[in-house]
Ligand binder design. Structure first.
Ligand SMILES: *Cc1c(COP(=O)(O)O)cnc(C)c1O
Length: 426
């Protein structure tokens, strides 16, 4: 048994499944997980001294690569002044100002501690502001693990074969209606059937928890128009796409306006942070201004704010990061397609900006149904082969690959070389 395997055995005795978040257990690929000791740039290193080119990037936050000096130094400085005050700090104002400056259509920000919390609070705000209770989400989209969003969810809720969860009361789930991603008609039907009752439509502007599935031309625009027509709010869950597709996120990238936007992942720079943002009129309905209650002991934590602020400032000062990571992802996608064609492997590569994923199917993947057509057994073999060759991919089909600014041309060459061997052998 190597060190990771020993640690996993020890972990399973005290942590359910040996982990603190299900996907990390590698069950979807039928292996034992690697235990990670440290990470630097594009690389993570495990307890057995092996190194991997990392395309998980902590599931997205590490857009500048691991252990980036700008972020690390900001955290080191902040730590010296104390870890938590439970009182306002100047840094909270600075990060909120920066977000309002960079993200279209938002005037105010409320910081929370995770993407789950951001979505949960955004939904409460939408319900409070509209006086309506029903929500529309898309099958296969993931919005964190709050009760009313664990209905036909994606990500590891999907990989585990449990699209929803035990313990979610029927009452909490009954007001969540599910439509089909990239199918406007499925949304229109629900809005008509529930006229005057739908508070919000929530969507991942690029679905990235069913593998990566981009919005079809006109889909997001169509959602905007339908929401306007029916008096429902449009929520963009930008926990992945925020500050990744562009500084202004999906709203800027696709030119579509959302009413409420949720963030997480990148805005924490690797620390636990989330946020929900909207117009002043909406945000002033949140306590202590308004009657929508939401609070947090560690919200706006000074160390977490230092990390997030440093990362967002760096991104603003270096817009070339976006052309770099998007270009890398496009070359990686093209390279993988070429290998697939050469080796006769039925693989579809979806890529939007710096997120991408392979589907083991000969058909185009534009919907959740298409995504479910992927051969997950093949994905598991592909994953294992890549890991053996020093490339760390998402340990489940229904997740994304993330590119960071630390990935180099040499990393790209090595990744494609490994993929050539692995796909060739499948
Ligand atoms: C990761 C994710 C969440 C949940 O964020 P956590 O920080 O894990 O709670 C919500 N929405 C989307 C789109 C995500 O990818």
């Amino acid at each position: 048994m190597d060190r990771s395997e020993q640690l996993f055995e020890a972990a399973k005795r005290v942590l359910p499944g040996g982990v603190n978040s299900p996907v990390r257990a590698f069950r979807a690929v039928g292996m034992a997980p690697r235990f990670i000791t440290r990470a630097d740039g594009a690389y993570i290193h495990d307890a057995d001294g092996r190194s991997y080119i990392d395309y998980v990037c902590s599931w997205g936050p590490m857009i500048l690569g691991h252990n980036h000096p700008a972020v690390r130094e900001a955290v080191e400085e902040a730590v010296k002044d104390g870890l938590s005050f439970g009182a306002p700090t100047e840094r909270e104002v600075e990060i909120a100002r920066l977000m309002v400056e960079l993200v279209p259509n938002i005037e105010m920000v409320r910081m929370v501690n995770s993407g789950t919390e951001a979505v949960m609070s955004a939904l409460r705000l939408a319900r409070g502001a509209t006086g309506r209770e029903k929500l529309i989400k898309f099958e296969g989209c993931y919005h964190g693990h709050s009760d009313c969003m664990l209905v036909n969810a994606g990500s590891s809720a999907l990989a585990g074969g449990h699209p929803s969860s035990a313990g979610v009361p029927v009452g909490a789930a009954k007001d969540t209606l599910t439509a089909q991603f990239n199918d406007l008609q499925s949304v229109e039907v629900l809005l008509n059937e529930n006229a005057g009752e739908v508070a919000a439509v929530i969507v991942e502007p690029v679905a990235a928890n069913m593998g990566v599935v981009g919005p079809a031309p006109g889909f997001l625009e169509g959602l905007r128009a339908l929401c306007d027509k029916h008096g429902a709010l449009l929520i963009f869950d930008e926990v992945i796409t925020g500050f990744r597709l562009a500084l202004g996120g999906a709203q800027e990238f696709f030119g579509v306006r959302a009413d409420i936007v949720t963030f997480g992942k990148i805005i924490g720079g690797g620390m636990p942070v989330g946020a929900y943002c909207a117009s002043r009129a909406l945000m002033e309905q949140v306590a202590p201004c308004g009657s929508v209650y939401q609070a947090g002991t560690l919200s706006g934590n000074p160390v977490a704010m230092a990390a997030g602020l440093a990362q967002l400032r760096y991104l603003k000062a270096h817009p070339e990061v976006y052309s770099g990571i998007n270009g890398y992802a496009a070359r990686l996608a093209d390279g993988l397609r070429e290998i697939a064609a050469r080796t006769g492997t039925g693989v579809r590569i979806n890529q939007v900006g710096s997120v991408l994923s392979p589907f083991f199917t000969p058909d185009d993947v534009n919907t959740f149904t298409d995504a479910k057509g992927s051969d997950v057994g093949k994905y598991a073999r592909y994953f294992a082969g890549m890991l053996e060759r020093g490339v760390y991919l998402a340990p489940a089909q229904f997740e994304a690959m993330f590119v960071s600014a630390a990935h180099s041309g040499e990393d790209l060459r090595r990744t494609l070389e490994a993929a050539g061997e692995v796909l060739g052998a499948l």
